[in-house]
Structure formats: C-alpha cells, structure tokens
Design a protein around this ligand. Structure first.
Ligand SMILES: [Zn+2]
Length: 99
C-alpha cells in the first residue's frame, strides 16, 4: 500500500460553479479513476489533494466532517427561476420550456 495517493485538482477557477469552464469529469469518470487507484494502491490508502500551483500551500484534504458532494439547483434558462425539482420541463414562473 502506498503511503498516500494524491488527487490532483484545479481550484480557484471561478467565482461560481457556472464560471468553471472545464466540466469534463463526471461522477462516472471519477468513480472509474478511483477504482483504478484502488486497484493500484489499495482501498485503505489515504487521499491527499494537490492544487498544482508553484507557490503557497498546495496540499489539502477532503474533510470527513463536511458533506463530500453538494449540488446546485437547476434554473430556468429563460427567467433564471430556481426549479422545484430536477428534470422539471416547464418553468412554473414563466411557463417556458426549462432548457
Ligand atoms: Zn422561467
């Protein structure tokens, strides 16, 4: 087992989730990468984060005291109304299709 494995991340890429340009990595891709890392290093290997910057405190961790995943609500593309549930097709505010 490795001493730890490093999850290389890019932080400070936007002031909101929408400003983050690269949304390539999905939960499925992340799961696949985690499974590969487990096969290579073992499931008990600690995970450390690395921001990859040249200066400053580049390393971090995933806190066991915080929720790992949160989601942002979907909004109507016409009026920005926050939709009541995921996949809602008609906006209750403006009546337009939500996508
Ligand atoms: Zn709307």
């Amino acid at each position: 087992m490795a001493k730890y494995t490093t999850l290389n991340i890019r932080s400070n890429e936007g002031y909101s989730a929408e400003q983050v340009i690269d949304k390539t990595i999905t939960l499925g891709a992340l799961l696949e990468a985690v499974q590969e890392a487990i096969e290579e290093h073992g499931e008990d290997t600690p995970v450390i984060l690395n921001e990859g910057q040249r200066y400053g405190a580049n390393y971090g961790f995933l806190s066991q005291y915080e929720q790992l995943f949160t989601t942002e609500p979907e909004c109507c593309t016409t009026c920005e109304y926050e939709l009541d549930y995921e996949g809602q097709e008609i906006c209750p505010q403006c009546g337009n299709p939500t996508d």
